[in-house]
Design a protein around this ligand. Sequence first.
Ligand SMILES: C[S@@+](CC[C@H](N)C(=O)[O-])C[C@H]1O[C@@H](n2cnc3c(N)ncnc32)[C@H](O)[C@@H]1O
Length: 252
Amino acid sequence: MKATQSKTPILKYFLISLILSLPLLLLFTSLQPHLHRRHHHPTVTDPTSEDLKIRPGYSSYETYLQRQLNKTLNPKLRQIWTTRDWDRKIQVFAKFFDELKRKNLLSNQSKALCIGARVGQEVEALKRIGVNDSVGIDLVPYPPLVIKGDFHKQPFDDETFDFEFSNVFDHALYPNKFVREIERTLKPGGVCVLHVAVSRRGDKYSANDLYSIKPLVKMFKKSEMVDVRKVDGFGLDTEVVFRKKEKIQIQG
Ligand SMILES: C[S@@+](CC[C@H](N)C(=O)[O-])C[C@H]1O[C@@H](n2cnc3c(N)ncnc32)[C@H](O)[C@@H]1O
């Protein structure tokens, strides 16, 4: 009887504290998904879809830039890219660009930009096939072929280029910004060629994974897709070509 009496107040306090902590518990549970998301994608504002996933793990834009620079600034790799690999890669790029010329998507008169060009082999390839007004941008410059520039905020005026090429879409932390900048700096009627991987995953330096070309078609709001084909381009399997729409002339 005594034992039952002493247990009753303990049970009473336990029940009261449980009831009092219930609102806190509910609040914490409802915040949990937000806290979880914030932890993994604090800087990501791009709407992802089933076929385009931003990789988790970039706690800030600085972390993202640091990861990209770790490889690009590696002195041993830079030595290899500019010596042993130099000509071999240029020849492959030159073949791709020749094919685009044959399809009238590129000409010797085109003002061309290569995005994420590292040491500029694609720029050199364009020059070798006669597209002389060509330049590249990268986080690390390699003059005179490549100047410093972040593809999320290209250092060029609106409607500067006739042709833009990139094989680094997978390095974009903000794919929407990457595409928006291309459409901003392309002239009306200008052409953008992307080499992307849809059947295989990029390496640890990729910031997103693309599973089909559907998200690209959706993001290129001011352009139409004019060509798509399978290619074998340094681990990238698909070439997608967009043409920026001409401005509509409104008759007065
Ligand atoms: C896989 S490498 C490709 C290099 C070159 N296109 C080639 O095929 O030899 C990716 C390049 O993208 C650059 N990059 C990554 N993020 C960038 C950014 N936000 N803006 C400009 N370049 C960036 C890296 O510095 C690196 O040189």
